[in-house]
Design a protein around this ligand. Sequence first.
Ligand SMILES: NC(=O)c1ccc[n+]([C@@H]2O[C@H](COP(=O)([O-])OP(=O)(O)OC[C@H]3O[C@@H](n4cnc5c(N)ncnc54)[C@H](OP(=O)(O)O)[C@@H]3O)[C@@H](O)[C@H]2O)c1
Length: 169
Amino acid sequence: MLSFVWAEDENHGIGVDGHLPWHLPADLYHFKEKTSGHPIIMGRKTFTSLPNLLPKRKHIVLTHSSSLKKKYANNERIKIVTSMAELDNYLKQHENEQLCAIGGVSIFKMLLDQVDILEKTEIKAKFKTDTVMPAINYDDFELIKREVHQHDEKNKYDYVFLTYQRKNK
Ligand SMILES: NC(=O)c1ccc[n+]([C@@H]2O[C@H](COP(=O)([O-])OP(=O)(O)OC[C@H]3O[C@@H](n4cnc5c(N)ncnc54)[C@H](OP(=O)(O)O)[C@@H]3O)[C@@H](O)[C@H]2O)c1
């Protein structure tokens, strides 16, 4: 079972200058809840954007870099894959597990046909962004959960957590 976990603004923007365009602690908590205990699949730029390795999650990182592969060869918390074929192979070997793809664009585009669950956070604001979520055909998915939240002292923007499940799966 493969899920996408991401947050986007009103223009589908997801990133700027190699990091998130916003600070929204409630979404970081939501991300932690959705991904903890599961392998997280990401592109190298998303990996680089993380402040640290995230606890309780194995990091599967797609890159062309063979030197990164060497660097992390003995690190059990990181698996470097250097091609889509190698990533596909990993997905097949772990198809009975809950796997979370966390971006960025390269990963979301490559796995769009395979994803079963979408965990989307809509942030009700517009930001300067340089990275945009690929188009998703929501007709292929059924909305199964919607949680609306208003801004508060800690979270400056209104936001909605949405869960979609692929139809006929
Ligand atoms: N809002 C959200 O939920 C969210 C989620 C994720 C990321 N983001 C943001 O999005 C930005 C990063 O995402 P991004 O889309 O720019 O990059 P990305 O998808 O995370 O990483 C791109 C990198 O993946 C590797 N790659 C891509 N295709 C490959 C292939 N076929 N074979 C081997 N390696 C391949 C390459 O790494 P090498 O260059 O090392 O070869 C490429 O430079 C940041 O701003 C981040 O904060 C936001």
